[in-house]
Write a protein that binds this ligand. Sequence first.
Ligand SMILES: *Cc1c(COP(=O)(O)O)cnc(C)c1O
Length: 411
Amino acid sequence: MVVKINENYLKLKSSYLFVEVARREQEFIKNNPDANVIKMGIGDVTKPLVPAVIDAFRNAVEEMADGETFMGYGPEQGYEFLAEAIIKNDYETYGVSLDTSEVFISDGAKCDTGNIQEIFGIGNKIAVTDPVYTVYVDTNVMAGRTGEMGEDGMYEGLTYLKCNAENGFVPELPDEPVDIIYLCYPNNPTGTTLTKDQLKVFVDYAKENKALILFDAAYEVFINEDNVPHTIYEIEGAKEVAIEFKSFSKTAGFTGTRCAYTVVPKELKGFTEDGEEVEINPLWNRRQTTKFNGVSYPVQRAAEAVYSPDGKKQIMEVVDYYMENAKIIRESLTDMGLEVYGGVSSPYIWVKTPNNMDSWDFFDILLNDANVVGTPGSGFGPSGEGYLRLTAFNTLENTLEAMDRISKLEF
Ligand SMILES: *Cc1c(COP(=O)(O)O)cnc(C)c1O
């Protein structure tokens, strides 16, 4: 007997991007120990949890210290108090009603967007945008829904929907039949959004083709445009065709605290090989109750406080701080004659490299000549070549300093 591995894992390309960014950054720092390097590649929040959240978190920890209020295993799907707060604030505000049984609280949108594929058949044809949040791709590679990665950086068997300046970062509908489409809006990495009408095109496609949309709205809190939907369920009929993922990570600085949720509407149906219709909600419920133990009680109380009047106010101050940085980056780079996208309803700014330089060459110029670290767009997919991502998660002072340094460069 020998142990047989899941050979699909061998198809995965090592996550070269952030490793290589760190390597080049470290090498630069080693050769230039006095340089003040400004990191604008960070895809993580930097501000601490707000006081309203900390108070609720601390109170819940105190409850755990007392035999009268101690909590053991909770419901795997999350506590009702948090599901109710989510529905009231994130859905009813936008005219969407949901039942708490349709909301699954979890420890991350990365985990949920990664795990969701296991309740769907291996034969489903998958579409992703290009560039893409790599979790969607890699988890389908692991499951065996793709072949090998080709020379062009695309996995065989996956459908890539190009997003670039030419199409205004609005993906076109797949030109071959697909069953499942991953969409992330506001988008990571491009920072661009879809309007209600643009998203409706996908919802209508899914309805017509009995396809499913997996909608990642992790950056919803940053939306600043009126015609951009805060939830896919603002689009008529979306409950029949879409699962939505949201997270407290970027919303409320929970990247190290861990809380997110996934909405699986009761209306959503899939099919057996024999064409029999099956509700998807009970499948995800079964998956979560079998493999997941729920989010800790203090963390769920902390997340609930995000929706308190003080919590909302304090969180909007943090969001506004990041978005002021985004505005500065967008406007400064535009003034320098660079083409920039995103940054209006997103903490990410997607910069077209000057003179058709490739992503890594532009990365090196920014690092060596301005001591600013970005993330090369090519690392997010072939259509990211020729772009670079900057983030608004640094301090205002560093953001201003970085823009001042970049403005002195000659391209
Ligand atoms: C940061 C991020 C998330 C959130 O992930 P968590 O696991 O909840 O921290 C989800 N999707 C995208 C595209 C992200 O960038």
